[in-house]
Design a protein around this ligand. Structure first.
Ligand code: ADP
Ligand code: TRP
Length: 322
């Protein structure tokens, strides 16, 4: 059976971009693949410095996955910081990778452009920790959004270098990026991202969700005029959630005119509410069950450790530690 692995940082609440670009595939693919999914809290330390926030956002992400339908029996669902193997393999790989290789990373270049003094060593090292996360589990596929493509390519390069120097050790993983949801737009038309403040949060309370949807930026074509659905952020998001037939109907309303952006936003809000109705209810139901949620993670940690320990042992033999 083929294997998938992916992680999401607990750096804020899950949004439509996370769900459509990654989390939905994680949950769906776990039905036919062997699946390892984890909360990337070591990575989140590059941005989340408040301990309370780290704890709450980690818990929130675990509940979000469970509410969206992750089956903890079929999926090994774990927390990165509970497994020392990730940081251990990261150090070993650190000693195999040259500085200029990391200097090419987009995230590092962006942070350097903003101000060198603020960039931590952890941020520089981020892609190697991600390579360790992936290689420990020997997955075939890594389902992610487009923004993670470079990280998977770097992982492949690092694995190849190690294999060439020490003999076959790591499987070379493939990124799995779904084309139509590779870059989900945010409320301002840029890529939806927690760091841009342009998100629509799946589990926000009704009032916040409404505010986020109503805040989507549109152009100033008057209500009565025909509008171009393809260039409208509201339509783009609607199309990603709705059935094909429903999207066609909304498209026709845009083209006919006498249909304002306010109407389109209402249609989108309703669609989001119905699409996530069950998940939103489940979120409320699961959230208070702390023992259950922490129990799922503890069990996932145990199962993950088996696989991670096996690979790390192999690596240690190859480099002469064992
Ligand atoms: P953010 O950019 O909001 O901080 P993360 O880095 O936590 O999101 O991303 C978690 C997963 O969601 C990754 O696989 C990432 O590629 C995917 N993802 C995030 N934003 C989007 C988006 N706008 N469109 C498609 N996928 C996305
Ligand atoms: N860097 C990823 C993100 O920001 C999170 C992540 C950490 C990850 N380790 C991973 C994704 C391993 C896939 C595989 O979304």
């Amino acid at each position: 059976m083929k294997r998938i692995l992916s992680g999401v940082q607990p750096s804020g609440r899950a949004h439509l971009g996370n769900y459509l670009g990654a989390m939905r595939q994680h949950i769906e693919m776990a039905k036919e693949y062997e699946a390892y999914l984890f909360i990337a809290d070591l990575h989140a330390l590059t941005t989340v410095k408040d301990p309370q926030q780290m704890k709450e956002q980690t818990y929130d992400l675990a509940v979000s996955y469970l509410a969206l339908g992750l089956n903890p029996e079929k999926t090994v669902f774990f927390k990165q910081s509970d497994l020392s193997e990730h940081a251990e393999l990261c150090w070993i790989l650190d000693c195999m990778v040259k500085m200029p290789f990391l200097e090419r990373a987009h995230a590092w270049k962006d942070s350097q452009a903003k101000g060198k003094k603020e960039s931590t060593v952890g941020l520089f090292n981020y892609p190697i920790l991600q390579a360790a996360d992936i290689l420990l589990y020997q997955p075939d596929l890594v389902p992610v959004g487009q923004d993670q493509k470079q990280h998977i390519e770097m992982t492949r390069d690092i694995a190849t270098t190690f294999n060439n120097n020490y003999g076959e050790t790591f499987k070379i993983p493939e990124p799995f990026i779904k084309k139509e949801v590779a870059v989900v737009p945010g409320t301002d038309g840029q890529k939806m991202s927690k760091s841009y403040g342009n998100t629509i949060e799946i589990f926000a309370d009704d009032a916040t969700l409404k505010k986020q949807v109503m805040g989507i930026v549109t152009n100033s074509v008057p209500v009565e005029d025909p509008k171009d659905p393809k260039s409208c952020n509201v339509f783009k998001l609607y199309k990603l959630i709705a059935e094909e037939k429903e999207a066609k109907e909304l498209e026709n309303k845009y083209i006919k005119g006498n249909f304002g952006y306010g109407d389109a936003k209402k249609a989108l809000l309703e669609k989001i509410m119905t699409h996530f109705e069950e998940a939103r209810e489940k979120y409320q139901e699961i959230y208070p069950k702390q023992d259950y949620v922490y129990g799922v993670i503890a069990e996932g940690n145990k199962r993950a450790k088996e696989q991670a320990g096996k690979t790390l042992n192999e690596v240690k033999k190859k480099i002469g530690y064992l």
